[in-house]
Ligand binder design. Structure first.
Ligand SMILES: [Zn+2]
Length: 138
């Protein structure tokens, strides 16, 4: 692992380009509807239990990474748009968009409440496990 001398964040590649620091997560949910705040907080809590996870916030975007990014999300008007990066294509109606870049398959879902988030949680877990597995390291 390489550690940035300025912000102390760790990366697998030396001199990995990044914006220093991890941002302010409170900014992301400021003045948002209660349902959105609830979903966001639940995602944060769920990912924090998976293992060593870093959360990086910029404006209305948040990403979650182990040694690499496994989930990223953006806060929209009344939903949280979540992208999970896993090693296979999943056929599930919660996903509105699926993109296979050859190394990982990105599944996008718009989550409006905790009931919908429950359906997504197994894939968030799978994304974390994929991110720390051998097959995902390049
Ligand atoms: Zn840095």
């Amino acid at each position: 692992m390489w550690q940035c001398p300025k912000c102390k964040r760790e990366f697998t590649r030396k001199n990995q380009r990044h914006a220093c620091g991890t941002g302010d997560r409170d900014d992301v949910i400021r003045d948002r509807p209660q349902s959105v705040v609830e979903v966001y907080r639940a995602i944060e809590e769920f990912t924090s239990k998976l293992g060593k996870v870093e959360t990086v916030a910029r404006d209305r975007y948040v990403l979650f990474r182990s040694s690499r990014i496994f989930v990223d999300l953006s806060i929209m008007k009344d939903v949280v748009r979540v992208a999970v990066h896993i090693g296979r294509t999943v056929d599930n109606p919660i996903f509105i968009k699926i993109v296979d870049d050859g190394k990982q398959v990105t599944h996008v879902a718009k989550i409006a409440n905790l009931r919908e988030l429950k359906k997504l949680e197994p894939y968030i877990k799978e994304a974390y496990e994929f991110s720390v597995s051998e097959q995902s390291s390049s």
